[in-house]
Design a protein around this ligand. Structure first.
Ligand code: ATP
Ligand code: MG
Length: 366
């Protein structure tokens, strides 16, 4: 098996010691957590790893709920109920339904691997009472329960009262602790940082950053060693430069590097691997680029070639990259940021997808 997985695996998980400690501290002290970071840095995997350790210690019960595909409070309730059934009543769904969803008669269907899918047929007036039922079920468990709502920012797109309803219920719970997680976009930030919103100051914030470079390098070397392979330090450096130590991109390129290595990965081989990788992705990235209007194309290429840029509308940047006027550059940056193609960091604007950035640098260099 390739140890550089793109799905969480407890045996192939790198570092995150301090974040795991923070999460633990919050739970033990009865605080809810807001966990956020830019996309693909490892929030979901971190929560899974944390839950894995809690379940192993048998100290807490855990429930991971991915809200990504939900569009309404009804969807949230449905997926929440399904997770409860799967966790506590997979052997007897019917009994489970009677215990968890009192007074509701859902239609149940099963996937090939036996996982139940519910049709609840709730109307909106039943939402609050059903949510209450689900939470009280967890309240009555003997062990404390930690619930993670991943991609929590989607709740901001539900109907107006959803946030307030959730907040009201959550506040009253004694046996359940929450982790809310999502990418650091304006939706999530407003939910938790705006004084007008129900979740304001409701949680301790944990912001996920990149994994420490040296720790990632050690992790890579140790996984190569475990597979009876070796990697030159310069080769590992090259891979980490290429991925900017960004978790998803590091995993993806190391996955390639691992499987293409017989005994030893040299710097030359590593360079070849990153080059081939971009060549193979060329068509995809080309079509992504071609979807952009001309001025956005120019601006994203300029930002990629610059690495990052503090002031994309400065005369200096505009002259250097022969961009059109200040106003059209400003407009382009705004559109690119809205589409999450570029992203504002402390160092300035940068291309969000590291491999797309590398593609632009390789094929559109000035
Ligand atoms: N500490 C880690 N060690 C090894 N692999 C990891 C680690 N953290 C995350 N990964 C891997 O990196 C990739 C991105 O992680 P993950 O999906 O958890 O990020 P995310 O922040 O939840 O992204 P998104 O914002 O898109 O939901 C996944 O393939 C995951 O398995
Ligand atoms: Mg995630």
């Amino acid at each position: 098996m390739n140890p550089f997985t793109l799905n969480y695996h407890p045996n192939y998980f790198c570092d995150r010691e301090s974040e795991l400690n923070q999460l633990k501290e919050n739970i033990v002290n009865g605080r809810n957590t807001l966990l956020h970071s830019p996309r693909r840095l490892g929030k979901s995997a971190l929560i899974r790893h944390f839950f894995h350790s809690l379940e192993k210690e048998k100290t807490f019960e855990t429930l991971f709920i991915d809200l990504f595909a939900t569009q309404s409070m009804g969807d949230l309730i449905k997926i929440f109920a399904e997770k409860l059934l799967e966790k506590y009543h997979s052997k007897n769904i019917i009994t489970g339904i009677k215990k968890i969803l009192k007074g509701i008669n859902p239609t149940v269907s099963f996937s090939q691997d036996g996982i139940a899918s519910l049709r609840l047929n709730l109307d909106e007036s039943q939402h609050e009472s059903t949510l209450k039922e689900l939470f009280s079920y967890l309240e009555s468990r003997r062990k404390k329960v930690v619930v993670a709502f991943d991609e929590f920012q989607v709740v901001a797109g539900y109907h107006q009262k959803a946030e307030a309803i959730l907040r009201t219920h959550i506040q009253e719970l004694k046996n359940i602790q929450f982790i809310f997680s999502g990418s650091s976009n304006h939706l999530l930030k407003e939910m938790f940082y705006s004084a007008k919103r129900p979740f304001y100051q409701s949680s301790e914030v944990v912001v996920l950053n990149k994994i420490n470079r040296q720790k990632y390098a050690d992790f890579i070397a140790s996984l190569f060693n475990k597979g009876k392979k070796k990697i030159e330090e310069t080769a590992s450096d090259h891979l980490l430069d290429f991925s900017e130590v960004y978790t998803y991109y590091t995993q993806a390129i190391c996955n390639q590097a691992y499987y293409k290595t017989q005994d030893l990965l040299s710097i030359e081989a590593a360079r070849q691997i990153t080059k081939t990788y971009l060549e193979n992705r060329k068509a995809d990235y080309q079509s992504l680029l071609n979807l952009l209007p001309a001025n956005q194309k120019k601006v994203v290429i300029a930002i990629a070639n610059n690495g990052s840029v503090k002031a994309p509308t400065s005369i200096e940047f505009i002259m250097k990259h022969k961009l059109p006027s200040v106003s059209s550059t400003l407009q382009a940056v705004k559109s690119l940021a809205d589409k999450e193609i570029v992203y504002k960091t402390n160092e300035g604007y940068t291309v969000y997808d590291v491999f797309f950035k590398r593609f632009l640098q390789m094929y559109y260099q000035k």
